[in-house]
Design a protein. Structure first.
Length: 169
């Protein structure tokens, strides 16, 4: 699909709420049900915090997310915890990210997280954060559910992260 068409569709979905809601109902990722929840058992000041985003954020030197496959890209990018905003880019044609291009903290608040750690509001920033592309359809959705998301979850558990901040776009 030509870039101008994809970007036009992204703008259309941004401004047309009924169309966006219809798409959300038709493109449901899976069966509904109870939302998994784990209560926080320690104070934020003692927590290690990681970011996980679906905004298509990645290091400028990383391989961009695949925008050619209209079914999306089920892969992820690992972003070191000390990465600064100016080292990041957004590769995602399915939403208008012009504001995030100016300040990536809008969709990936790593700078704010480091400030919170510096102020003692959280214990520390995790050694790594993780980024996905939010537009993923079948058959890639199965890959995301069965392979890449569990792989990221194992990494986060291995890094002894207490809290994950999810940031969609």
């Amino acid at each position: 699909m030509p870039d101008r068409i994809v970007k036009g569709l992204a703008r259309l979905f941004t401004w047309n709420r009924p169309l966006r809601e219809l798409w959300a109902r038709l493109a449901a990722a899976g069966p509904g049900g109870e939302i998994p929840w784990a209560p926080l058992r320690k104070s934020l000041a003692d927590c290690t915090v990681a970011l996980v985003t679906t905004a298509g954020v990645h290091l400028a030197g990383d391989v961009p997310f695949d925008m050619e496959d209209r079914r999306g890209d089920p892969t992820y990018r690992e972003i070191p915890g000390g990465t600064r905003a100016q080292e990041l880019v957004v590769t995602h044609d399915y939403y208008d990210h012009r504001d995030a291009d100016r300040d990536v903290n809008i969709v990936f608040p790593a700078d704010r997280l480091r400030e919170m750690a510096g102020d003692g509001e959280i214990g520390r920033v995790a050694p790594a954060h993780y980024a996905f592309m939010g537009h993923v359809l079948e058959p890639h959705l199965a890959t995301l559910r069965e392979r890449t998301a569990p792989e990221v979850a194992r990494k986060i558990l291995g890094e002894r992260v207490d809290l994950v901040l999810l940031s969609p776009a």
